[in-house]
Design a protein around this ligand. Structure first.
Ligand SMILES: Cc1cc2nc3c(=O)[nH]c(=O)nc-3n(C[C@H](O)[C@H](O)[C@H](O)COP(=O)(O)OP(=O)(O)OC[C@H]3O[C@@H](n4cnc5c(N)ncnc54)[C@H](O)[C@@H]3O)c2cc1C
Length: 485
C-alpha cells in the first residue's frame, strides 16, 4: 500500500489528486492538504473583478468532491518537508498546520511514500511597499481580491458618471512580476466596460509593465499567425491597445506605491511616478515558503528549494548566459534531484531561468518578467506527475514514461476582452512550444503553424465554455477525465 500526499488544491494539485484517485485502487491512500476550503477557477476571477460574475460562480467546496472520490482532505497549510524522516519517524513526512474551524493551529505530521508539491505561488505583495489589497492597489489573483477590486472599480465608474475624470493603471507591481496575461485581460475588459457605459472621454487607461516590449508576456514574446500574416506579439498587443484606447509604459519596475501614486524605475535608470485613481497591479510571486529538514533536523531548505522558494526539479539550473540557454534546460518529469519520491507541479516548480531576455537597469535592478506557468501547463504537469507516480506504484520501477516539458508542449490562452453573448470579445493565442526553441525552429523560435493569435466574438464563447467545462471537470462529475487539461 502506498500513501501519496498532494499539497495544494489548485489547478495543478487538484488535477493530480483526481487522476491518482481514479487510477489507484483503494488499498492506496491519497491525501490532499490545502488551506482554502474552496476550489477556485482562477482565470474567471477577471470577470469577478468586473462584477460580471460573483465569487460563488467561480468557486465550490472541496470537501464533498473529495468525500465522493475517497480522497482524505485536510484543510491545512504544509509548513515543512522532512524527506528523510527523523529519529522518531522512519518514513518521510510533511508537517502541517490546520486552518479549519475546530482544529485551527493544531500541528500534525503526515507521512508519505510520494509527495507532490502543488502549492502554486505566494502572492508576494510585501516585496513592493504599498502594493495590494488593504493598501493602495487592487488585485484579481483570488476571488476575494477580485470582489474587492470590483467594489473599488464601481466607485471609479460612479465618479465618471458624475463627470469626474479617472486614471486607471493596470499591469505589474514588481520588477520581476509575471502573469502579464491576466493584467492584460483586466485592462482590456475595463476599457470595454468604459466604452459600454459611454465614458471614454473621462477615462485615461494606462498599462505599466516590466516587459521590454509589449506582448512579451514573460515568454519572450512570440511570432503569431494572424489573418494569414506573421505578426510579432509586440505589434499584436500594441494594435489591440490602440484599438481599446489604452496607453502604455514599458520597461518599468514598480518598487513603491503611495496613495494614488506608483513609483517605478526604468531600464534607463530613471525614477519616475505615475498617478492613478484605480490600480490593479500583479505582485511578484515566490514559492509557498515551506522549510525542509534532514533526518538530523538540519535545515536543507536551500537544497530542495531555489532562492525564489520554488522547488528544484529535473531542470538544468547551471547558471549560463542567455545565448547558451536551451530548450533542454526545462524539466520534463518534475522530480526532485535529491529525493526521488518528491515532485513539484504547476507554479511550485523552479524554472531553470526566465524565457524573456534578462534585463538590468543602469542602476543594476533586474527588470524582467519571470516565466509564466499558465493553467493549461499547470494542469498537464499535474496529470503527468500523477501518471508517473501511478506507473511507479504499479511497476515498482523508478521510471517516468510520461513527460511534459514546457519546451515541448503547446498552450492555448484565451484573453477575454469584453463580456457578452453577442458583443463579447476575446483574443485567442496558441503557442507551440511554450518555451521558444531557437535550435529546432531557428526562424520564429516556435512552430509557426501552431502559434496563432486572433481576436473576436468566438474567443469569448470559448472562454465562457471553458469556464463551465473546467469547473465541471474539477467537480469530478461523470466522465470528467475525458475533458483535456
Ligand atoms: C487573475 C488570473 C487570471 C488568469 N487567467 C488565466 C487564463 O486565462 N488562462 C490560463 O491558462 N491561466 C490563467 N492564469 C494562471 C493560472 O491561474 C495559474 O497558472 C494556475 O492557477 C496555477 O496553478 P497551480 O496549481 O500551480 O497554483 P494555484 O492554482 O495557485 O494553486 C495553489 C494551491 O496551493 C495552495 N497552497 C498554498 N500554500 C500552501 C501550503 N503551504 N500548503 C498547502 N497548500 C498550499 C493554495 O491555497 C492553492 O489552493 C490566471 C491567473 C490569474 C491570477
Amino acid at each position: 500500500m502506498a500513501k501519496i500526499v498532494v499539497l495544494g488544491a489548485g489547478i495543478s494539485g487538484h488535477t493530480a489528486v483526481l487522476y491518482l484517485r481514479k487510477n489507484l485502487n483503494k488499498s492506496h491512500q491519497v491525501v490532499m492538504i490545502s488551506p482554502n476550503s474552496n476550489y477556485q477557477w482562477v482565470p474567471s476571477n477577471i470577470w469577478v473583478g468586473l462584477g460580471l460574475m460573483s465569487p460563488e460562480q467561480v468557486k465550490f467546496k472541496l470537501a464533498p468532491v473529495y468525500k465522493k472520490m475517497g480522497i482524505d482532505y485536510k484543510q491545512a497549510l504544509a509548513t515543512s518537508i522532512h524527506p528523510e524522516g527523523d529519529n522518531e519517524h522512519s518514513k518521510p513526512y510533511v508537517k502541517i498546520n490546520y486552518v479549519s474551524e475546530g482544529k485551527k493551529d493544531t500541528e500534525e505530521i503526515v507521512e508519505y511514500d510520494f509527495l507532490v508539491n502543488g502549492t502554486g505561488p505566494k502572492l508576494n505583495f510585501a516585496a513592493t511597499e504599498g502594493l495590494g489589497p488593504g493598501k493602495f492597489t487592487n488585485s484579481v489573483c483570488t476571488y476575494d481580491h477580485a470582489a474587492e477590486a470590483w467594489e473599488n472599480l464601481k466607485k471609479s465608474f460612479a465618479k465618471m458618471e458624475a463627470g469626474e475624470k479617472q486614471t486607471f493603471l493596470i499591469g505589474t507591481g514588481h520588477p520581476l512580476a509575471t502573469c502579464q496575461g491576466a493584467a492584460f485581460e483586466y485592462a482590456l475588459n475595463i476599457a470595454f466596460e468604459v466604452t459600454k457605459r459611454k465614458l471614454n472621454h473621462l477615462a485615461d487607461i494606462w498599462w505599466i509593465s516590466n516587459e521590454y516590449e509589449l506582448g512579451d508576456f514573460g515568454m519572450g514574446g512570440a511570432y503569431v499567425k494572424r489573418g494569414g500574416y506573421i505578426t510579432p506579439t509586440k505589434i499584436f498587443t500594441e494594435s489591440v491597445f490602440k484599438e481599446y484606447g489604452i496607453r502604455w509604459i514599458k520597461r518599468a519596475g514598480v518598487y513603491k506605491i503611495e496613495e494614488g501614486i506608483s513609483h517605478y524605475e526604468t531600464l534607463e535608470g530613471e525614477y519616475k511616478t505615475k498617478e492613478f485613481d484605480f490600480a490593479m497591479l500583479i505582485p511578484g510571486f515566490t514559492g509557498a515558503g515551506m522549510k525542509a529538514y534532514d533526518k538530523n533536523g538540519k535545515d536543507i531548505t536551500s537544497k530542495i528549494f531555489a532562492a525564489n522558494g520554488m522547488m528544484k526539479v529535473d531542470a538544468d539550473y547551471t547558471p549560463k548566459p542567455y545565448e547558451e540557454w536551451s530548450a533542454n534546460d526545462w524539466p520534463s518529469i518534475y522530480q526532485n534531484p535529491d529525493y526521488d519520491n518528491l515532485y513539484a507541479s504547476g507554479i511550485a516548480f523552479a524554472p531553470p531561468h526566465t524565457m524573456s531576455k534578462p534585463m538590468k537597469s543602469k542602476n543594476g535592478t533586474a527588470i524582467t518578467p519571470t516565466p509564466p506557468r499558465t493553467g493549461m501547463p499547470s494542469g498537464v504537469i499535474g496529470k503527468v506527475v500523477a501518471q508517473n507516480i501511478i506507473h511507479r506504484i504499479k511497476t515498482g520501477k523508478n521510471e517516468h514514461p510520461h513527460k511534459a516539458s514546457m519546451a515541448k508542449m503547446g498552450a492555448a490562452c484565451i484573453v477575454s476582452a469584453g463580456y457578452g453573448i453577442r458583443h463579447g470579445q476575446a483574443a485567442v493565442m496558441t503557442v507551440f512550444p511554450i518555451v521558444p526553441d531557437w535550435e529546432k525552429y531557428p526562424k520564429w523560435g516556435r512552430n509557426i503553424r501552431h502559434t496563432v493569435g486572433e481576436i473576436g466574438l468566438a474567443g469569448h464563447w470559448m472562454k465562457l465554455f471553458m469556464h463551465y467545462m473546467f469547473l465541471y471537470k474539477a467537480k469530478a462529475k461523470p466522465f470528467w477525465w475525458m475533458i483535456p487539461e
